[in-house]
Structures are given as structure tokens and as C-alpha cells.
Design a protein around this ligand. Structure first.
Ligand code: NAD
Length: 352
């Protein structure tokens, strides 16, 4: 915890802005130098927490004491605020999605390069334990070679808040939760994507998508279904993973779930037919207890630095950025293919 203290200003002190302030402070290496938010009661809230309230965005850029600008505003202004901050010589942490399309994202990344400042996107769900468990079970072949992954988040509360329901603010669920699930997916395999087919859902209105289903095929044969829903009163499991030796399910963020694998120790027993509806079936009979091994989901220990610790050590040249910008760009390319597929109702065959 020794060394320079970096001064960070939070721009957009809503739900995530205030949460980020706490996370950054916890490192002991980042001080919150102040906050800017155009909404007066947000500024009052910031003052009540003892934070300095900047009068406007420009005064942050003029303040030489400020090292890092954290952008936690609605998505549409990420680009403008990021570029201005970078050009003023500040490092930038930007909430996801960094931008609403690849053109905007490229502009930000160029500004970061030109000004030789760090630009890092808060893809915090790279540290989620449910995801790390799936990554680990694929890497260690705990269900054999994985050939299919399903990753879902589903709620029944509609699209939250105000701006998330409006296109002009970069609303919609693909840009919101989608960017997390797609970012995680691309970390599960080294393979490139071959094709994408997607359907966006507009149950709640036509302004922005309230969810989506995307089927993604990788060149190495892996297939994935990524699904976000806000009209699901009963939800499907968070993760469903199929491998050549078994199946894993993680039902929720509480990590409930199980791994069931073939028992190689016993000889294969033909399943007995079961009554199913008005018929009999052997195909769909459950595997016998003896022929399978059933285990609970095992926790994985994550020894990596968290987001803000990594930010500090990257600034000091001691680590590589945990969320590299080329990976952020790749996810945005995939999001564009998903929008394109849904609009044209067709499979997008593209190297991603
Ligand atoms: P929010 O509505 O709670 O907060 C946004 C704040 O930004 C509001 O206080 C608003 O007054 C302020 N604002 C609007 N325009 C501004 C401007 N031009 N300059 C400065 N402030 C401005 O929204 P939120 O849920 O906190 O989401 C903010 C961002 O964080 C979004 O990009 C969202 O995608 C992201 N987010 C990330 C996570 C995560 O887990 N990484 C979770 C939630 C939200």
C-alpha cells in the first residue's frame, strides 16, 4: 500500500459511479479527488459523503492534481468525455460499454494512443466467480472437451431506470448486460468466431431491445448461446456447459449447481425404458446412478489483482492491463454482428 496516491474524479455519480468510488478507495492507492454530475441531488449526495463537488466537467480537466477520470455516465456520452479527458492528459477508466459502436470506440482508442494515457474499461464481471469456475472447468477438462456453452441472465423487472430504456442514451440490454456476457464468452476459448445468429426481443416496446438470444459458432467447433431477458418470471440456469465427458450447471450467482460426468470405472449399462407422457423412452431415460459421478460446483481461488489494483500496477508499469483494449474492441465487433443479424434475420458469417 505504499507509493504515490492517484487522484481520481468520478464523472456521473449514479449507481455505478458511487460504487466505483468505493472500489477505487479500497486499494489504498487511489483517492477520490471529487465528483461531477449535472444532477444537483447527486452532487448533494457526493458532498454528504465528503467528496469535493466540481462545478463542471471542464474544471476537472483543468485541475492538474487529477490523474484519473472515471466515467460512469449513461453510455452515449462515454466517447466525448473519454476523449476530452485523454486529450487533457488524464488516464481514463470508463464504464462498460466503452462506446455504442466500433467507430466511436476506435476514436477513443486513438485518442488514448495519441495522448499516451491509459484507457481501461470496467469489465468487472471478468472477476465473477461463476464465470471463473466455468473458465476453470473448461481449461481443466472437468467435463471433457467442452463443445457447448450457454450463458444467461434473466429477470422479470423489465429494463431498469430511465436512460437504459432510450436509444439515444445507448440503452437496451445488448449494450447493457450483453457486453458482460459476450466479454466473458470470448475469454473461454482461444478460437475465433465463425458465425453469429441473433434475435433481439422487443416485448416491452420498440425503442430498445429488452433482451436477446445470440447463437455463436467458433471455428474450433464450440457453440454458444448467450441470452439476456428482462421478462422472465422463471429463470433458466446462469450457466449450462456440455463436454464430451459430462455436463455442468451453475444455477445462479450463489454458485448452486452440479457437475455430472460419465463414470469410466463401471461398464456401460443400457438404460431401462421409462414411461414418458403417453409413451416409453430409453433415449431420454436418466443415466443410472452407478454410471455417473455427481459433484457439487467447486469454488476456484482467484489470486489475480482486482480491477483497481491492476489499474494502479498498470500505471506503474508493473502489470499488463487486465482488460486489454483489443479485447474490448473485439466484443464491440461481436455486438455489431448481433445487431446486424437480428435486423436482417440472417446468419452473419464473419471472422471475429
Ligand atoms: P445511473 O443513471 O445510476 O447514473 C448515471 C449518472 O450519470 C447520473 O447520476 C446522471 O446524472 C449522470 N450523468 C448524465 N449525463 C452526464 C454527463 N454528461 N456528465 C456527467 N454525469 C452525467 O446509471 P448507472 O447504472 O450508474 O450506469 C452508469 C454507467 O455504468 C453505464 O455506462 C452503465 O452501463 C455502467 N454500469 C456498469 C456496471 C458494471 O457492473 N460494470 C453496473 C451498472 C452500470
Amino acid at each position: 500500500n505504499h507509493g504515490k496516491i492517484y487522484n481520481l474524479v468520478v464523472v456521473g455519480f449514479g449507481g455505478m459511479g458511487s460504487h466505483n468510488a468505493k472500489l477505487a478507495e479500497e486499494t489504498g492507492r487511489i483517492a477520490i479527488a471529487g465528483v461531477y454530475d449535472p444532477t444537483e441531488y447527486r452532487m448533494d449526495l457526493a458532498r454528504s459523503r465528503g467528496y469535493r463537488a466540481y462545478e463542471n466537467f471542464e474544471s476537472i480537466l483543468d485541475d492538474e492534481e487529477v490523474d484519473i477520470v472515471l466515467i460512469a455516465t449513461p453510455n452515449d456520452v462515454h466517447k466525448e468525455l473519454s476523449i476530452k479527458s485523454l486529450r487533457a492528459g488524464k488516464h481514463v477508466v470508463c464504464e462498460k460499454p466503452a462506446a455504442v459502436n466500433t467507430t466511436d470506440l476506435l476514436e477513443i482508442l486513438r485518442a488514448a494512443e495519441e495522448s499516451e494515457r491509459l484507457f481501461m474499461v470496467h469489465q468487472n464481471r471478468r472477476w465473477d466467480e461463476d464465470f471463473l469456475i466455468v473458465k476453470d472447468l473448461i481449461a481443466h477438462k472437468k467435463v471433457g472437451d467442452v463443445f457447448h456453452v450457454e450463458s444467461r441472465v434473466q429477470g422479470a423487472n423489465g429494463i431498469p431506470g430511465d436512460w437504459r430504456q432510450l436509444k439515444a442514451y445507448g440503452g437496451g440490454m445488448l449494450l447493457d448486460w450483453g457486453v458482460h456476457l459476450l466479454d466473458q464468452l470470448l475469454l473461454l476459448t482461444d478460437s475465433k468466431i465463425e458465425s453469429v445468429y441473433a434475435d433481439l426481443s422487443y416485448i416491452l416496446g420498440t425503442e430498445v431491445d429488452d433482451g436477446f438470444t445470440a447463437s455463436i459458432k467458433f471455428k474450433n467447433g464450440l457453440s454458444a448461446v448467450i441470452e439476456v431477458g428482462t421478462t422472465n418470471f422463471i429463470k433458466l440456469p446462469r450457466w449450462y456447459v456440455k463436454g464430451t465427458e459430462g455436463t455442468a450447471v451453475i444455477r445462479d450467482w450463489d454458485l448452486s449447481g452440479e457437475i455430472v460426468t460419465r463414470n469410466r470405472e463401471v461398464e456401460h449399462v443400457e438404460p431401462k425404458p421409462i414411461q414418458a407422457g403417453k409413451g416409453l423412452t430409453k433415449t431420454m431415460a436418466p443415466p443410472s446412478e452407478e454410471s455417473t459421478i455427481r459433484r457439487p460446483i467447486e469454488h476456484v481461488e482467484d489470486l489475480s489483482d482486482n480491477f483497481y489494483v491492476n489499474l494502479v500496477s498498470t500505471l506503474e508499469g508493473a502489470s499488463k492491463q487486465a482488460v486489454p483494449n483489443d479485447e474490448v474492441y473485439r466484443v464491440m465487433t461481436l455486438i455489431e454482428a448481433i445487431f446486424e443479424s437480428a435486423e436482417s434475420n440472417s446468419v452473419i458469417v464473419r471472422d471475429i
